[in-house]
Design a protein around this ligand. Structure first.
Ligand SMILES: [Zn+2]
Length: 281
């Protein structure tokens, strides 16, 4: 029982899900139907992801990131602007050597992919189908799931590590799926994350409040390690447009401010993150 595919559960009735044929080797799990003992069945898409999102879990027809924001984020991240965070994430996980890992809000898998060489088995879950589609099309050896983070389709105490980078933190669900002594790795924006970028968009900027957000975890998780990571960025027009397209709050800016930012040839800003490792209490 080391593989993530052995611990999937039905999003309808919570009974274990299994493939019609034994297919724990990832290349063979494609084009298969997964079902529970109550005959709720789910298809693996041709690109290699399993859609476990129920209609009633969708708040809109196409929940989560749009294809536009997925493509923008993929291009922005591929340029290496947040590489420093990915490296620190990989290092933190490598020190823990988890057997099974789940990445919540995996998006197109930029951070998820570093888990594969470290862990025996890895799953990434996201509510946005375009994001998981992109992830599954290009990154193999990961169990890609379209599903809801507030009702994770995994059995109790089934994973050794959960990560959430710039993504939802459903504490009770994380606690439920983590095995004893399991770890939670989180990355959230630090106070001054993208300060001058946000200033150019909105004029006035409020500092992020990472510590207030993290404080709510204390009851269920014990802090093991915490570090601040930052990276100076010089962003050209292409990168600025990508950053606006991948950031939902950018759409709240006045069109004139967005337009002016898109014309800039070089904006200096700083990405800064708080990366934390917690242990389940
Ligand atoms: Zn079922």
């Amino acid at each position: 029982m080391t593989h993530l595919l052995d611990v999937l559960r039905c999003p309808v009735c919570s009974e274990p899900l299994s493939a019609q044929e034994d297919s724990t080797e990832l290349p063979f799990w494609r084009n298969r139907v997964w079902a529970c003992s109550n005959n709720h069945s789910f298809d693996v898409a041709r690109q290699g992801y399993l859609n476990l999102l129920l209609v009633q879990q969708k708040k809109s027809l196409t929940p989560g990131d749009t294809a536009l924001s997925v493509a923008a984020r993929r291009a922005f991240l591929s340029a290496g602007h947040y590489q420093v965070l990915r490296d620190a994430f990989a290092e933190a996980v490598a020190a823990l050597k988890p057997l099974r890992a789940l990445d919540i809000g995996c998006g197109e898998g930029y951070y998820t992919q570093v888990l594969s060489p470290i862990c025996a088995s890895v799953a990434g879950i996201d509510i946005a189908k375009p994001a998981v589609f992109t992830a599954a099309s290009s990154i193999k050896n990961v169990v890609w799931l379209v599903g809801s983070a507030i009702a994770l389709p995994l059995e109790d105490a089934s994973v050794n590590l959960v990560s959430s980078l710039f993504s939802p933190i459903p504490m009770d669900e994380i606690n439920r799926v983590l095995a004893s002594n399991g770890h939670l790795v989180l990355a959230i924006p630090a106070e001054d994350h993208l300060w001058s970028f946000r200033e150019a968009l909105f004029g006035e900027v409020k500092a992020h409040e990472p510590m207030a957000k993290l404080q709510t975890l204390d009851e269920q998780f014990e802090l093991v390690q915490q570090q601040r990571i930052s990276q100076d960025l010089t962003l050209d027009s292409t990168a600025l447009i990508q950053l606006m397209d991948m950031t939902p709050y950018a759409w709240k800016a006045q069109p004139a401010k967005r337009e002016a930012l898109a014309q800039q040839t070089a904006l200096n800003t700083k990405a800064s993150f708080v990366l934390s490792v917690y242990r389940k209490r």
